[in-house]
Design a protein around this ligand. Structure first.
Ligand code: HEC
Length: 165
């Protein structure tokens, strides 16, 4: 019995190892871009991942019974600085024509006025959010987190290729 059990455990483990390495291989499969546009698209993904992680950290705390206020405040500061930097993540040539995998729509470059307005909206909301987050009033933080989320969605709706469901 014990032998069978450990065989079972071993085959489970082997399964995990195989699945695990397949996932890793997949992550590393996309070739590193070599063109300036491709590199910019790659960097932009990394930046959005950080921005997404900062916002998720805040939302997770807001769902918890005892939100970690310091964590909320730190991540709100991160959101503020990433929103400030966001306009530099979209150099010309880093769109679909870069041939690098990107969900950035061509309208970012063909409708720069509308795109700038979407950027501005996030900047305004994250600038407001930072002191509110540091202030520790949970109700106010929740309301402003909503406003920030609205600014993310506003831009994604127009300028990001919708995620596959
Ligand atoms: C002004 C436009 C704009 C705003 C505002 C914006 N985003 Fe995005 N976001 C994009 C675009 C465009 C992409 C697709 C980038 C690409 O694929 O090259 C994207 C992609 C992402 C991704 C996917 C990253 C990946 O894995 O490729 C995440 C996560 C994300 N945004 C989170 C956020 C969050 C959170 C906010 C608000 C705090 C936000 N975004 C605000 C335009 C915006």
């Amino acid at each position: 019995m014990a032998f069978q059990k450990s065989l079972f455990a071993l085959s489970l483990l082997a399964g995990f190892v195989i699945v695990g390495s397949a996932v890793q291989a997949h992550e590393h499969m996309a070739p590193m871009p070599t063109t300036p546009g491709g590199k910019a698209a790659y960097t932009r993904h990394e930046n959005f991942k950080l921005q997404g992680a900062a916002f998720k950290a805040i939302r997770d705390e807001l769902k918890s019974d005892s939100p970690n206020m310091a964590l909320i405040s730190t991540n709100a500061a991160k959101l503020k600085s990433s929103a400030e930097a966001l306009p530099t993540w979209f150099p010309k040539g880093s769109g679909p024509e870069s041939k690098y995998e990107t969900d950035a729509k061509p309208e970012i470059w063909s409708d720069p006025v509308k795109f700038a307005a979407a950027v501005k909206r996030l900047q305004v909301e994250t600038v407001k959010f930072q002191p509110i987050a540091a202030g520790g009033d949970l109700g106010a933080i929740k309301a402003q987190a909503q406003a920030v989320g609205g600014a993310c969605k506003n831009c994604h709706d127009s300028f990001r290729v919708p995620e596959e469901k």
